[in-house]
Write a protein that binds this ligand. Structure first.
Ligand code: HEC
Length: 132
């Protein structure tokens, strides 16, 4: 049996043009415009802390499965407050991260290709979302 009923998203208006997709256009535009300031705010110097973190640090510091067993302090958790207090300053954390600590290999240098500024941006990114 062949049904002539059209109940897909592209319903035709009386004029014969498809109107449904256009209805979501203002919303999409608004969403695009409002997300711009957030992106600008997150962009850190030296390549962007978020980018460095996701590429180099998340494999150990994210709470996703891959990073679960490394013993690394996890992104977004309260443990970073104690880390910060123990180190004394964010700069001290940058130094221990760049040089390596415990099971964390040195993060600045030839092995990672990261500069100390990259490491700093990534540490600041972690702290921004973990220590409130
Ligand atoms: C191979 C896994 C691994 C990678 C990759 C890694 N870390 Fe770590 N990180 C650890 C572990 C494990 C510790 C805990 C070290 C300890 O205290 O013994 C740690 C600790 C830290 C600390 C706390 C240091 C301190 O003095 O208490 C900071 C900050 C940190 N990592 C930042 C980063 C940043 C930023 C990156 C990416 C540039 C990164 N880590 C990449 C495993 C990793």
């Amino acid at each position: 049996m062949i049904s002539s009923r059209s109940d897909g998203p592209f319903r035709l208006s009386k004029s014969g043009s498809a109107t449904y997709p256009l209805r979501s256009l203002p919303f999409l535009l608004a969403a695009a415009v409002f997300s711009l300031p957030a992106l600008a705010d997150e962009a850190a110097p030296a390549g962007g802390g978020q980018q460095v973190y996701e590429k180099n640090c998340a494999k150990c510091h994210s709470s996703a499965m891959g990073g679960f067993f490394t013993g690394a302090p996890k992104f977004g958790t309260e443990v970073w407050r104690a880390r910060l207090d123990a180190a004394g300053s964010a700069d001290a954390l940058v130094k221990s991260t760049a040089a390596g600590k415990g099971k964390m290999p040195p993060q600045a240098g030839a092995a990672t290709g990261l500069s100390e500024a990259d490491v700093k941006a990534a540490v600041e990114y972690i702290l921004k979302y973990s220590v409130h």
